[in-house]
Write a new protein. Structure first.
Length: 426
């Protein structure tokens, strides 16, 4: 059969781009060949509305098996008592939880988008901000850390029905225990969105939200290194909002509500090829090599943050506990926007994303910050020694931002360096 050269030539260019550049977008990663193989498999042809053993279509016996494997492996990975592996994305996992726990107009409280929060945590342009009444908490201007005292003060006044931990640009661990205490004072649900640090949590390198949160959502494609998608989980510790007397009863009741929130609440047919790939990725994450990988991600991020600090950059909160860091360019280069740096670095095959920093005076389209993460380069095999070299490339370009010749020179060095870290078997 003739290949669609129009499409496959573009895909090949993207493959080359991924191979030859330094990928520092904190939310990206490179999946294994087996994860990719499952995504491109015949499982994509199957409709399977419903859940394993309870489908609305015939012929689901094999997708039932892969979905059940994904469920069992995910439960083992996080020590969860119940999970749903069908959300198409992290934003949809969040949407399904809100649909289950909130009524339109209800108040919920999440981290402000410009302080590191996420669109689906109450932004006015997202359904979470349109259908519900979001209230924001912030980080402290001085420390760059979530201000739990202020959070409590606002929560006691506003009494949101749900309190949400989690961020897309926050480099510090979360105090879920403290947040649970705040939620309990006002009878609110506590939810965590661990889309970013999920992999670090899975292997015990960060605090465990499942011990304190009523419900936890995540993506599967960032630190977890699986296919693009979402998940919902429940841990053991669960208060009794439905008047049941046993924990088991509460979990059963809530899990069936969350299941209905996903399907038929917000989704139709599950993506069974993606779910099969999630099963593969969760299987990989249960191996010892994955824990070693996550330790290296964290080590690399820490060394990289310190290398930026040594060069005079302001890293928000003065460092990182996880896989990412947020750099406020205003301290060293007040005139240069995040947007300009992002665009110039791309020309040298270094990919980062511009990001607003807390108390930013620029718009999200310009932004004063850069968000940088180490999951993807660590998958490529990069270690401690490479981090200062990468920081040096970035610093050279920012320090002489309009120098085209310098960019060509750095790009050659970037490409030469990355050729030593091959990936993709086929
Ligand atoms: N786009 C993701 C990120 O970059 O963090 C969040 O949805």
């Amino acid at each position: 059969m003739k290949r669609d050269s129009q499409v496959f030539e573009i895909i090949e260019k993207e493959r080359q781009r991924q191979m030859s550049g330094i990928e520092l977008i904190a939310s990206e990663n490179f999946v294994s060949d087996e994860v990719m193989e499952a995504m491109g498999s015949v499982m994509t042809n199957k409709y399977a509305e419903g859940y394993p053993g309870k489908r609305y279509y015939g012929g689901c016996q094999f997708v039932d098996e892969t979905e059940q494997l994904a469920i069992d492996r995910l439960k083992e990975l996080f020590g969860a008592v119940w999970v749903n592996v069908q959300p198409h994305s992290g934003a949809q996992a969040n949407m399904a939880v809100f649909l289950t726990l909130l009524k339109p107009g209800d108040k919920f409280m999440g981290l402000d988008l410009s302080h590191g929060g996420h669109l689906s945590h109450g932004s006015k342009v997202n359904s979470s901000g349109m259908l519900y009444s979001p209230i924001a908490y912030e980080v402290d201007e001085e420390t760059g850390m979530v201000d739990y005292d202020k959070m409590e003060e606002i929560a006691l006044i506003e009494k949101p029905k749900l309190l949400l931990a989690g961020a897309s640009a926050y480099s510090r661990d979360w105090d879920y225990k403290r947040m649970r205490a705040i939620a309990d004072k006002i009878g609110a649900f506590l939810m965590a969105d661990i889309a970013h640090p999920a992999g670090l949590i899975a292997v015990g390198l960060l605090n465990d939200p499942l011990k304190y949160c009523h419900v936890v959502t995540s993506t599967t494609h960032k630190t977890l290194r699986g296919p693009r998608g979402g998940i919902i989980m429940m841990g053991e510790d669960f208060e009794n909002p439905f008047g049941k007397t046993t924990m088991k009863g509460v979990v059963r009741k809530m899990s069936s509500l969350f299941d209905s929130g996903v399907f038929p609440g917000i989704q139709g047919g599950p993506l069974e090829h993606i779910i099969a790939a999630k099963a593969v990725a969760f299987g990989e994450a249960l191996q010892k090599e994955y824990k070693d990988y996550m330790k290296q991600v964290k080590k690399n991020a820490n060394i990289m943050a310190n290398a930026f600090i040594d060069k005079g950059y302001h890293v928000i909160s003065d460092g990182t506990d996880n896989h990412l860091m947020l750099i406020d360019l205003r301290t060293k280069f007040p005139e240069i926007t995040g947007r300009k740096v992002e665009n110039r670095l791309v020309l040298a095959d270094i990919t980062v994303n511009k990001n607003m920093v807390p108390f930013d005076n620029r718009s999200p389209f310009q932004a004063s910050g850069l968000r940088i993460g180490t999951p993807a380069i660590t998958t490529r095999g990069m270690k401690e020694d490479h981090m200062p070299v990468i920081v040096d490339f970035i610093d050279q370009i920012i320090s002489d931002i309009d120098n085209d010749e310098l960019i060509i020179k750095v790009k050659e060095q970037v490409n030469a360096m990355m050729s030593e870290f091959p990936m993709f078997a086929g």
